[in-house]
Design a protein around this ligand. Structure first.
Ligand code: CO
Ligand code: CO
Ligand code: CO
Length: 344
């Protein structure tokens, strides 16, 4: 029997996240940890926690899991693993070990799907040089999969979303629009090649991006996932107490995404993200509706949003393009202005 995981979900991948506004309110009740070795905690809503164990090593811990974003179980496993590993890369680290997190309906779906998801995850982790050393499975419908990842970084070289400095140049490494293309695919509106290109970009590890950020002394970045380019950029602006300006004309888009948005194919996660950013974001009147919704489109296993020092930005971009051909300068960081995020 051919397994089609997409038939099990309304919204899969990172678009299945909770509303970020609700989440921030819910997290308020957790007592704050105050350990001097805890270099990055939940406070700034960064991609992962970072804990210093000695002068040379800090450990990075993070987990992500979500329902299917594509039909093929092996491909879903690869994407979910790439997405989980990405939060380590977004902190400038290297993943070492990971645990599988698996929810699978063994009564509704053939067990072959379970092993194919795991195989996809193992292969992607192996590509990252990360060992999967165990995990946990429970019975659940629809299926969900991801990793809990442990990585390391030098304590002086942690890259956070709270370190953006006025004058930094903003680089994005992967194109936007995967949420819209997946929604279009379900409605049989996406071109086959465009949809496959979206999946291929999701499978692409952010590992080289992390290495290049370290090579060019970057100290601020985040990865773009379910809260959209606008949502993650705003989180970075707020955590860093700066403003971020993005020129939407320069934001790389997946082929076919704009046309789908024009035809009204906009997943509800984009409206949830709009609700989150709208009070602190200035949208230029010049930007049309489809562009605006693309900036709010929930991404799965998206690229790195990197703050580069002006003097290194050109070289960094050139090297990034060898691995991530869509990489582009999309804006800049300024001193804190009236709004956290300006979209032109
Ligand atoms: Co992240
Ligand atoms: Co995450
Ligand atoms: Co980070």
């Amino acid at each position: 029997m051919k397994i089609d995981l997409l038939t099990t979900v309304e919204s899969g991948g990172c678009s299945a996240k909770l509303n970020p506004k609700d989440l921030e309110a819910l997290l308020q009740v957790i007592p704050k940890s105050t350990d001097p070795n805890l270099l990055v905690d939940i406070d700034t809503h960064d991609d992962a926690a970072v804990y210093k164990i000695n002068e040379d090593t800090a450990i990075i811990t993070t987990t992500d899991f979500f329902p299917p974003i594509c039909s093929d179980p092996y491909e879903f496993g690869q994407i979910a693993a790439a997405n989980s590993l990405s939060d380590v890369y977004a902190m400038g680290g290297k993943p070492l070990t990971a645990l599988n997190i698996m929810m699978y309906p063994s009564v509704t779906l053939p067990l072959e799907g379970y092993s194919e998801i795991l195989r996809g995850g193992y292969d992607k982790a192996a590509e990252a040089g990360c060992l999967i050393v165990g995990g946990h499975s429970i019975e659940d419908y629809p299926p969900k999969y991801g990793l809990a990842v442990t990585g390391t970084v030098h304590p002086d070289r942690v890259i956070t979303n709270a370190n953006a400095q006025p004058g930094d140049i903003l680089i994005l490494t992967k194109p936007i629009g995967s949420g819209i293309l997946v929604a279009g695919h379900k409605l049989e509106l996406s071109e086959k090649d465009d949809y496959q290109c979206a999946l291929d970009n999701m499978k692409l590890l952010n590992s080289n991006g992390a290495e290049l950020m370290q090579k060019y002394s970057c100290r601020a970045a985040t990865d773009v996932t379910g809260f959209s380019l606008a949502g993650h950029a705003l989180k970075m602006a707020l955590a860093s107490k700066v403003s971020i300006r993005i020129d939407s004309e320069k934001v790389p888009l997946l082929n076919g995404a704009l046309a789908l948005a024009d035809s009204g194919c906009i997943p509800c996660a984009a409206f949830r993200n709009e609700d989150y950013v709208k009070d602190l974001t200035h949208f230029s009147d010049m930007m049309n509706y489809s562009k605006r919704m693309l900036m709010l489109d929930a991404q799965t296993s998206g690229g790195l949003l990197i703050c580069a020092k002006k003097e290194y930005a050109g070289q960094l971009l050139q090297e990034l393009k060898n691995v991530y051909p869509y990489s582009a300068v999309i804006g800049e960081v300024t001193a804190r202005d009236e709004f956290g995020l300006y979209l032109f």
